[in-house]
Design a protein around this ligand. Sequence first.
Ligand SMILES: Cc1cc2nc3c(=O)[nH]c(=O)nc-3n(C[C@H](O)[C@H](O)[C@H](O)COP(=O)(O)OP(=O)(O)OC[C@H]3O[C@@H](n4cnc5c(N)ncnc54)[C@H](O)[C@@H]3O)c2cc1C
Length: 413
Amino acid sequence: MRVGVIGGGVVGLATAWYLGKLGADPVVVEAGAVGGGCSRGNNGWVCPSVSTPLPAPGLTAKSLVWMLRRASHFHIPAAALPRLAPWLLRFRAHCTTAARTHGIRALASLNTVTGKLYDELAADGVEFERGRSGILFAYRDPALRGEKVEGLEAVGASGGASWRNLDRDELYEMEPLLRPGFTCGIHVETDRHVRPESLTEGLAASLRAGGTEIHEGTMVLGFEWEGAGSRVRAIVTSRGDLEVDAVVLAAGAQTGPLARMAGWRIPITAGKGYSVTIERPSRQLRQPLFLGDARVGMTPFRDALRFGGTMELSGVNRRMDTARVRALRRAVSRYVDIPEAQAGGRAWVGMRPMVPDTLPVIGRLPSRENVYVNTGHQMLGVTLAPGSGWALAGLVVEGRAGVEVGAFGAGRF
Ligand SMILES: Cc1cc2nc3c(=O)[nH]c(=O)nc-3n(C[C@H](O)[C@H](O)[C@H](O)COP(=O)(O)OP(=O)(O)OC[C@H]3O[C@@H](n4cnc5c(N)ncnc54)[C@H](O)[C@@H]3O)c2cc1C
């Protein structure tokens, strides 16, 4: 069974990898270079403890006004509002306790396989940089830790994370580079991290070694249909047609137009985020760190340090707002003693794939018999890629996912 996987990000590559493992013959089609999209400069946290959707109860008109400010962590430029309004209204409809509880359960359930699948990938010979020192959450405002504990308890109740509360001294002992003023922290021992570029490179190398074709620099332009249009027969690309028995749309934030060509509307937009990577920093963190008051994540890699965050809804584009990068640098310099944070390193922008309930979209498109989708992983694509890749490959090849994915169907739109 030849399955075309559109998109060579972490989600597409993981899907192709599990398709191959289940005996299918995947072929990956990537417009740019594999791992060159959102899967590149992210923080690389594998964090089932953060199994939480974004819409939260209590979103008010006031908070929407706050989001219009350019310095806000969650920012919507005023110019983007008219086009985004329908998406935002749907997002707002999910800001209820019931929707949040449903979302946490669904994400935590998918994440029950995450650690095991990451271990298996490594055991199966996929080479990537990974760390198991947990993630340290640091707070100046103790109320923020309270909110985090509530989230952890909700996830923990579904069988997720194990963590430890830290007082001020314990926090500074774990991370001496924190500047003065922090009051408390949490160490989530069960979370891990990977260097995301090494993961996509490792998956691609393993796929190629197994004989999988990966077509880089190849844009998917459309499809050819058979059976009165109910089944895809070939993928039309900028370099010719590829005959396939099934297709998986895994094009991240750019999946919307592809799904439309297959007769289904997925309301997907980009949640832009920024990061800065400092190669060989003069000082290094002891473990990944979340600066709770600034909402910035930091990850120490073998030869580099990366910090990233912010959520900007300004449409599907890779425009970099340098003012937001400066704000990110200022936040890190204010809270952590890393000399290069202010001006050094390389800035990056990535588009998180986001649908209004911010849950992934995993399953077959109701409009076609053999077109599937795997996207919408918002802030958790690295965390969820093995689980959702494995689940989708199971659906395509065996007709069952192996883990509960009912909440993620494309039919919900
Ligand atoms: C600042 C930041 C920090 C983050 N930190 C974390 C983290 O710590 N942990 C975590 O789990 N997640 C994190 N994320 C989220 C994570 O990066 C994303 O969820 C994930 O990378 C999405 O992967 P993807 O494969 O769906 O998309 P992408 O990596 O964007 O891949 C999609 C690919 O599809 C290709 N494509 C699009 N259209 C076409 C077409 N028509 N034809 C062919 N190819 C096409 C694109 O070129 C692209 O390479 C972070 C994101 C950001 C922005």
